[in-house]
Ligand binder design. Structure first.
Ligand code: FMN
Length: 324
């Protein structure tokens, strides 16, 4: 089995310290979420939610502000768009910013609004566009890591081979595959392992990361081992169990469960405190996080009805005493 705890070095010389990465979560990864996760030592690097590049080039200072919340860890910045020239110029600006380890092109997002705009998962219908975009991005930031996030296809997973055949020609440092197609969105689908195995047969040079349904350390480790994956990117699993990456790391390393310090309520309280300090009175992202953390309780409803951060913290503390 590949060592998922090893540093991953990119061709341009930059690197990330391990290969079990918190997948991007647009709308959840607020500044307070990121800060608290770093304080609790739950991640070793970040991949940002997508930055959408539509019809103008963002100023470098604007990009710098957008990634500030992820510092000081190494950052992979995810970009989404359909204008290759703008995407490349943005990547070039990003590569000059502190802590940026790499840039990832999002060709996976299934949101109807994104698909209508021709970006994200819509690009899977045109593998040549993906190839040209990745080639342009590589030229624009040669010293920066470069990756792409894909789904197995747009309407059928049988599209995957043709897509990967193009992508592997671009010399990306990594490829993330979410095994579902765009049309499958988040439906239960059979054949995750078969789809990932097929991808592994085609992807030989780039590091191959899996995305999708990584909820338990045992399943994640056995998936990585059986397929020979180079990395894992849990997303919703991190909202349900923020210690998931740590637990996967421990299992991979054959260490005893080191999660004795796992206190999700303390993490939640810290996120509320940080939001209040940052002047964000009642961010919806925290309620959404609480809903995932304690799905069968009414905690998130009580939190969303609360009038102040102080009251929210009291609600969480009471819940700690009598979870229900
Ligand atoms: C609320 C939410 C926001 C997401 N935002 C992004 C995003 O910005 N970029 C991205 O590549 N994937 C995004 N994803 C997809 C996840 O990163 C991941 O690929 C997907 O949820 C499957 O993995 P999972 O089963 O471990 O959740 C998002 C998913 C969710 C649920």
């Amino acid at each position: 089995m590949r060592n998922l705890l090893e540093e991953l070095k990119f061709s341009g010389g930059r690197s990330i310290p391990s290969r079990i990465l918190h997948a991007p979560l647009e709308g959840i990864m607020s500044p307070e979420y990121c800060r608290a996760f770093m304080e609790f030592n739950l991640v070793r690097s970040w991949t940002t939610p997508f930055i959408r590049i539509s019809n103008s080039l963002p100023r470098q200072s604007v990009l710098d502000r957008k990634i500030q919340q992820f510092r000081p860890l190494p950052i992979i910045v995810q970009l989404m768009g359909s204008d290759r020239s703008l995407l490349s110029k943005t990547a070039s600006l990003l590569s000059g910013l502190e802590h940026v380890a790499g840039v990832e092109l999002n060709c996976a997002c299934p949101s109807p609004d994104v698909i209508r705009s021709g970006a994200g998962g819509a690009q899977l219908r045109n593998p040549d566009w993906i190839k040209d975009a990745l080639t342009a991005l590589r030229d624009a930031c040669p010293d920066c890591g470069l990756g792409v996030k894909l789904r197995a296809g747009f309407s059928s997973h049988t599209e995957m081979d043709a897509i990967l055949d193009k992508v592997v020609q671009c010399g990306t440092d990594w490829i993330v595959i979410h095994h579902r197609t765009v049309l499958e969105k988040y439906a239960d689908v059979a054949g995750r392992n078969e789809r990932l195995s097929k991808a592994r047969e085609i992807v030989k040079e780039s590091a191959l990361f899996a995305s999708g349904d990584l909820f338990s350390p045992a399943d994640a480790c056995s998936l990585a081992k059986s397929i020979g994956l180079d990395g894992l990117t849990p997303a919703r699993g991190m909202m349900r169990n923020p210690w998931l990456i740590r637990e996967i790391e421990n299992l991979c390393a054959g260490r005893q469960d080191g999660s004795d310090d796992a206190h999700p309520l303390l993490l939640l309280i810290r996120i509320v405190q940080l939001a209040a300090e940052g002047g964000h009175k009642k961010p919806g992202s925290i309620v959404e996080f609480a809903k995932n953390l304690f799905p069968s309780s009414n905690l998130f409803r009580l939190m969303s009805a609360s009038k102040s951060p102080k009251e929210t913290i009291e609600i969480i503390e009471n819940f700690e005493r009598a979870p229900g």
